[in-house]
Design a protein around this ligand. Structure first.
Ligand SMILES: C[S@@+](CC[C@H](N)C(=O)[O-])C[C@H]1O[C@@H](n2cnc3c(N)ncnc32)[C@H](O)[C@@H]1O
Length: 219
């Protein structure tokens, strides 16, 4: 591991806004994010595959009356978001270092109001469909965590993942697609993103990719 990555891991180990395997809350937080961490009854929004947590921190600033959790498996990326949240005194922001496939260990039924999935790896190979984060199995899991009228929002640079997700969400017994665009930057839906652009988004936009967005709500 590089020295920089190691420093980030050490930072997260000490940061109170990062829940990770070494921390007591890691085993007890399921169903109790508001009681044990945020200490309020505000709605909870989760950003999956959050990387450096640009949405978690960016939306956390815009909506202080909502609680935000950024979730990613990579601790060095989460450490960046954790630092930004601490520097901004954002008490409504937390990070969870865990695999999304294990989300059942951290969230209970109807605990969340929104789930954002931001530029996940598209996993284009057929044999990797089980890792694709909008496959029917993952959608079923997300649906369990969402409250009535809960929202699932996907932003992606990948045409493949966009088209795939339009099908899986369209066929899902749990979700109904509310709006979608294959050109977010030229859509009125852009306002919903409050100017937040992520690390990977900047890379793909610089390469000429258009950004796609799907909004779905729990049926
Ligand atoms: C392409 S990056 C996007 C990061 C960030 N959302 C952005 O737009 O810059 C995909 C992220 O998903 C995370 N990831 C991939 N599979 C995951 C999984 N099963 N559980 C948790 N995180 C995962 C990776 O660690 C990585 O940070």
């Amino acid at each position: 591991m590089s020295r920089r990555k190691l420093a980030h891991y050490e930072f997260s180990a000490k940061a109170s806004n990062v829940i990770e395997p070494t921390k007591p809350l890691y085993k007890t937080i399921k169903g109790k994010w508001n009681e044990l961490y945020f200490k309020n009854d505000n709605p909870i929004v989760v950003e999956l595959a959050c990387g450096k947590g640009e949405y978690t921190v960016g939306l956390g600033k815009v909506f202080p009356e909502r609680n935000f959790i950024g979730m990613d498996i990579k601790g060095d990326r989460i450490a960046r978001g954790s630092l930004a949240a601490s520097e901004g005194n954002l008490t409504n922001v937390a990070f969870l270092r865990a695999g999304i496939q294990y989300s059942d260990e951290f969230f209970k039924e109807k605990e969340l109001s929104e789930i954002w999935l931001i530029h996940p790896d598209p996993q284009v190979r057929d044999r990797d469909e089980n890792k694709r984060l909008t496959n029917p199995k993952f959608l079923e899991m997300y649906a369990r965590f969402l409250k009535t009228k809960g929202m699932f929002l996907l932003k992606t640079d990948s045409s493949f993942l966009y088209e795939y997700s339009l099908v899986t969400l369209g066929e899902s017994p749990h979700f109904e697609i509310v709006e979608h665009t294959d050109d977010l930057y030229n859509s009125p839906l852009l306002d919903e993103h409050h100017g937040v652009k992520t690390h990977y988004e900047k890379i793909f936009v610089a390469k000429g990719y258009s950004i796609k967005y799907i909004k779905a709500k729990l049926k």
